[in-house]
Design a protein around this ligand. Structure first.
Ligand code: 6GU
Length: 240
């Protein structure tokens, strides 16, 4: 898969060359192209923003600069490429959507800064491409660069050959085919006893059916406690 990121801070994407993402790039599974938006500015000061029409605080990114940048970046790309616009006013990024992105030939992630990008840019490009305005949670970041790293990592680990253990993605919290609870429960490793705390005996007893039952119960309990919004009632834990 190919991912193009357009940003005024291309150096912000340096961590994408590390660890799991770095390996996916090295293996050719992921082709990452980072573009400096200022390359498409035409004035001496390399201006990317201006004051908002209608007044108010902050600055808005100019449609002419973004339009020229996206024309060039999209020119050689598949029409199935998705344009992703990180914004706190977007629709929530979910694992469902990450799974969807893992199936497309490419993404173009348009990182805004300041108060956002002139809305006409998306009016224009949505005539030719699917444009998704996405939020990664109910808090405000200074720009989309960190969000692009989040999307890259979430998508890349679903691609064939990227994770060491292919089975581990299917067992994730939120995965489509996870039975019962949505969140993973607690995990343990050696030593069996540490600072007076013992691993739950069910995990060391060798009864795989009992282990599965215990893990499901832990998963439901954690989901009800940490994420009541996910809508798994406590009756599914207690059986009442
Ligand atoms: Cl996608 N962008 C920004 N700037 N802030 C956010 C966000 C995105 N998601 C949550 N907060």
């Amino acid at each position: 898969m190919r991912v193009d990121v357009v940003t005024v801070f291309p150096e912000y994407l340096a961590p994408a060359r590390l660890s799991l993402l770095g390996k996916a790039i090295g293996a050719g599974t992921l082709q990452l192209h980072v573009h400096d938006l200022r390359k498409w500015t035409t004035d001496r000061h390399r201006t990317v923003d201006d004051t908002p029409y209608g007044g108010g605080p902050g600055m808005v990114m100019r449609p002419d600069v973004w339009g020229d940048a996206l024309d060039d970046v999209l020119e050689s790309l598949s029409p199935e490429t998705r344009i992703v616009v990180p914004t706190p006013s977007g629709i929530p990024l979910t694992q469902r959507r990450v799974e969807d992105y893992a199936q497309v030939p490419g993404l173009v992630i348009a990182c805004g800064r300041y108060e956002g990008i002139d809305a006409r840019v998306w009016q224009h490009f949505s005539k030719r491409f699917a444009v998704d305005e996405l939020s990664i949670g109910d808090y405000v970041l200074a720009g989309g660069e960190v969000v692009s790293l989040v999307i890259l990592e979430a998508v890349a680990r679903l691609m064939p050959g990227v994770l060491g253990n292919e089975a581990s993605a299917a067992d994730d919290s939120f995965a489509q085919d996870r039975p019962g609870g949505a969140l993973e429960g607690p995990v343990y490793t050696k030593p069996r006893s540490w600072r007076g705390l013992d691993v739950p005996t069910v995990l060391t007893g060798g009864d795989h059916g009992k282990v599965a039952e215990w893990r499901l119960q832990q998963s439901l309990r954690r989901t009800a406690s940490n994420r009541p919004d996910l809508g798994l009632g406590t009756e599914e834990i207690t059986g009442q």
